[in-house]
Design a protein around this ligand. Structure first.
Ligand SMILES: C[S@@+](CC[C@H](N)C(=O)[O-])C[C@H]1O[C@@H](n2cnc3c(N)ncnc32)[C@H](O)[C@@H]1O
Length: 327
């Protein structure tokens, strides 16, 4: 185990110590096979060249609550021998910990159907997604274009790869990378006004695709773990956080938000998997309600910089808890 208080000169080097392995880009034969297919977002097959050497896998979407900046604090809290365990993430979101670890075997889940569909498309047909995304990236970057594509996305009817490309395009160009849908299930986040958003990152997507090859990805609520988790799995729970105060609440990840009753049901799932023999790690905000729910397990405190907060005075460091059922 490391000293988590030790100064960290190079986060990538630190993460590499906990088996956060770089993955090579997909093989040329896979790319060739996929480039023979066409996408309906345009008729002409397009070759998307690779520009950089092998990169470490990383999230391909911006995601509220993404753990990218907390990896150096989370990694030392994973269980000894984690590299031999199946990696299970029931609230995968952008998948920062999953991609940083790039485990051989994983089970990833989320309630967001379009996020899950995008993961599947990136894993199974990344070159088709890339060609569709290249066409979108070549369009003028302006609000009318954004709203037209948002409407097209909400109308549906695309192939899985085309929809994944639209999902990524909207994520990169909408306000703050938020994902919010209205009652009808329509994505309704406004244009983001970025000067020059990086819509197409071909190498990043290929590396992510490679990292996902050994992952099963399901659209499911966290209770699905009661069917799917096995003794010896490493399960990382990163649910929508319990708000620190009412004004700081942001639980709008899914249509229905995440209530205190959901937090209680999640604790029950945590307890059931503890009895089953899984290694469990869970993030949440450091508030009395959460400390009471998980009082019988080990609780560590880490510190995060909060970006999504209506109150400008709340932008500083915020304490979070990491609950574990092991030392
Ligand atoms: C805090 S985010 C996870 C962030 C992720 N760890 C990352 O690094 O990007 C929480 C995720 O939980 C998902 N979610 C919300 N309610 C859920 C539920 N009942 N079951 C499973 N996933 C849920 C949301 O769609 C969202 O992607």
């Amino acid at each position: 185990m490391w000293d988590i208080n030790a100064p960290m000169a190079n986060p990538a080097a630190v993460l590499a110590k906990v088996a956060l392995v770089p993955a090579p880009t997909s093989s040329p034969s896979v790319r060739r096979a996929e480039t023979t297919r066409r996408t309906g977002l345009g008729a002409r097959p397009l070759h998307v060249p690779s520009s950089t050497p092998a990169r470490r896998p990383a999230p391909f979407v911006k995601w509220v609550g993404g753990k990218g900046r907390l990896l150096s604090q989370l990694a030392p809290l994973m269980p000894p021998g984690v590299e031999r365990m199946r990696h299970v993430e029931p609230f995968v979101g952008g998948g920062a910990l999953f991609f940083a670890r790039a485990p051989k075997r994983a089970l990833l889940a989320d309630v967001n159907p379009d996020l899950v569909g995008t993961y599947e498309a990136i894993r199974d047909e990344v070159e088709t997604v890339l060609r569709a995304l290249a066409r979108l990236a070549a369009l003028p970057h302006e609000s009318e274009q954004f709203y037209e594509l948002r409407e097209r996305y909400n109308a549906g009817g695309q192939s899985k790869a085309e929809r994944a490309a639209l999902f990524i395009y909207l994520n990169k160009t909408c306000f703050n990378g938020l994902h919010r849908v209205n009652r009808a299930g329509h994505f309704n986040v406004p244009f983001g006004r970025y000067k020059n958003p990086r819509i197409l990152d071909a190498d990043g997507l290929r590396v992510a695709s490679h990292a996902l090859k050994g992952a099963k990805i399901v659209r499911d609520s966290f209770e699905g773990l009661l069917r799917n988790a096995r003794p010896g799995d490493f399960v990382y729970f990163d649910p929508p956080y319990e708000p620190v105060s009412r004004t700081a609440s942001f639980t709008g990840y899914a249509q229905d938000g995440f209530s205190q009753a959901d937090q209680e049901r999640l604790r029950d799932v945590f307890a059931a998997l503890d009895r089953r023999g899984c290694k469990l790690m869970l993030s949440n905000s450091d508030v009395p309600f959460i400390r009471e729910l998980y009082g019988r397990w080990n609780i560590d405190v880490i510190h995060a910089a909060r970006a999504i907060n209506c109150d400008p005075s709340g932008r500083g460091k915020v304490a979070e808890v990491v609950v574990r059922n092991y030392c």
